[in-house]
Design a protein around this ligand. Structure first.
Ligand code: DX5
Ligand code: ZN
Length: 218
């Protein structure tokens, strides 16, 4: 399967949101990555439902929603109604992770789990078979524009081994500090989906930056 690029809308120009969504639509990007932060699970608040509704109304590609919120179960149906195709919750925010995964699927979405940098891959041994996606955080969640944590490569390899060993059908997504400097090494280690915010939207030509990233890892 070809490696996927998911621009993170957190780094877009919110004054020109429709323009930036259309740019992603007509680019080589595969998904929209949408970061929802509540100021409790992470020390920042991003944006909420009305903004996601506006994005969804223009987006023509898969909508990958990354919830950095406590008690995500409360909002599963809401995000399904808002057009999320994939809903990712944080392992660290879920007391009953298995139940949460089943609820996401019952609402017609693909289910993802994100792991903070300090959380080992081994915590997913019992749930990997049920997961459509695992998002390995390569920065501490909460902000765009942070530096990539090098220990991520090791975790990608460990997760790839777990997926192979259990014959699971799970995509490996990397989120945080992704650039042309680490994209190839990440996909070679087993990553399937690369999220990139600042590297794309702060570049002179985001469309070309996306094309370059796509080419680099395929
Ligand atoms: C961080 C978010 C990321 C972020 C990535 O908490 O989950 O998706 O937008 O941004 P960059 O690519 O700038 O690190
Ligand atoms: Zn994210």
């Amino acid at each position: 399967m070809s490696k996927l690029i998911a621009p993170s809308i957190l780094a877009a120009d919110f004054g020109n949101l429709q323009r930036d969504v259309e740019m992603v639509n007509s680019s080589d990007a595969d998904w929209f990555h949408i970061d929802i932060m509540d100021g409790v699970f992470v020390p920042n608040i991003s944006f909420g439902m009305p903004v996601l509704k506006a994005i969804s109304s223009h987006a023509k590609k898969t909508i990958d929603v990354h919830l950095m919120i406590v008690d995500p179960d409360r909002y599963i149906k809401t995000f399904a109604d808002l057009g999320a195709d994939i809903l990712t919750v944080h392992y660290e925010a879920c007391t009953h992770l298995h139940r949460t995964i089943q609820a996401i699927k019952a609402n017609g979405m693909k289910a993802g789990v994100a792991l903070n940098p300090h959380t080992p891959i081994s915590v997913l041994e019992e749930t990997i078979i049920d997961l459509d996606l695992v998002c390995i955080m390569s920065v501490n969640p909460g902000f765009g524009g942070q530096s990539f944590i090098e220990n991520t490569y090791k975790k990608v390899k460990q997760l790839k081994e777990l997926i192979t060993k259990t014959n699971s059908n799970t995509l490996i997504e990397i989120d945080g500090g992704v650039t042309n400097k680490n994209a190839k090494q990440l996909t070679e280690a087993g990553a399937d989906v690369l999220v990139a915010g600042s590297y794309i939207f702060k570049s002179d030509n985001p469309t070309e930056t996306i094309a370059g990233l796509k080419l680099l890892c395929n």
